[in-house]
Design a protein. Structure first.
Length: 261
């Protein structure tokens, strides 16, 4: 399992969220309050938007809290939209290309959870990809494959339809194969102008997800970064949060029963 955060709003230095807040992302990596695994030391990553249409990306295996290059980047990089992620592997090797976020053109994706029975489903899921999306695969994680399945299903044209279709395709395949292990998908996607975050699971144990709008923008996280409990809204299971980033404001909408619709 993993811990992650997605920010959209007024341009901010990234260091505060990854290192400085009382329960920052790197604090969560060493001692999580909400995850099954207490330590997340199998890599870390950062993605952000600047002047170029495609996001910058930094990913490295090993504990994020001990990565001096990541620390230095967050100290100087400022962005209106950024992702940060710390990884606890569920099976794929601990190498740089298996670390989140993943990038495809202007899009980024990061994930906490797993596709139950992925070893059994990997080949048929890969066969569903377009040639372009298959060629774009770099690592061996279920997360990256799920991202490329969404790209195959038209993420660039209609993000919400592509998200829904991809989740339902994987769930149908899992059920037809008789796989009992749960499919859990708490993830964030962005094109630099919008952020979509989904909290969903095939069982009753969807990974935690929280939202706040107190930072002159919107912040979605696996678990709160501080003890100000009144400012953090728990996102219900089977809900999609959609953030639109305008020139002067950020708007947030929440769609409950997203997969049931």
């Amino acid at each position: 399992m993993c811990r992650w955060l997605a920010y959209a709003g007024e341009s901010r230095l990234i260091e505060q969220f990854v290192y400085d807040d009382p329960h920052s992302l790197c604090s969560q990596a060493q001692q999580s309050h909400k995850a099954k695994l207490g330590v997340h030391g199998d890599g870390g990553g950062l993605g952000w938007y600047g002047a170029a249409p495609e996001p910058g990306l930094y990913r490295r295996s090993g504990p994020a809290w001990a990565d001096v290059n990541l620390r230095d980047l967050t100290r100087v990089v400022e962005s209106r939209v950024f992702f940060a992620h710390v990884r606890a592997s569920t099976g794929a090797p601990n190498i740089d290309i298996n670390c989140h976020p993943f990038r495809a053109g202007p899009f980024m994706f990061m994930h906490n959870g797993q596709i139950g029975g992925f070893a059994q489903l990997r080949r048929p899921l890969t066969a569903m990809l377009t040639d372009e999306c298959f060629d774009a695969l770099q690592g061996g994680t279920d997360s990256e494959l799920l991202f490329q399945l969404m790209m195959t299903n038209g993420l660039t044209e209609d993000a919400e339809s592509a998200i829904r279709r991809s989740i339902l395709q994987v769930e149908k395949m899992r059920q037809e194969a008789g796989i009992a292990e749960a499919f859990r998908a708490t993830f964030a996607i962005t094109d630099g102008k919008h952020v979509w975050a989904l909290r969903w699971s095939s069982d009753d144990y969807a990974p935690s997800l929280y939202l706040t709008q107190k930072h002159n923008g919107a912040l979605i996280v696996s678990e709160p970064l501080d003890k100000d409990t009144l400012s953090w809204q728990k996102v219900p299971a089977d809900s999609l949060v959609r953030i639109a980033i305008g020139s002067n404001r950020v708007s947030v909408a929440q769609h409950e029963a997203f997969l049931a619709a």
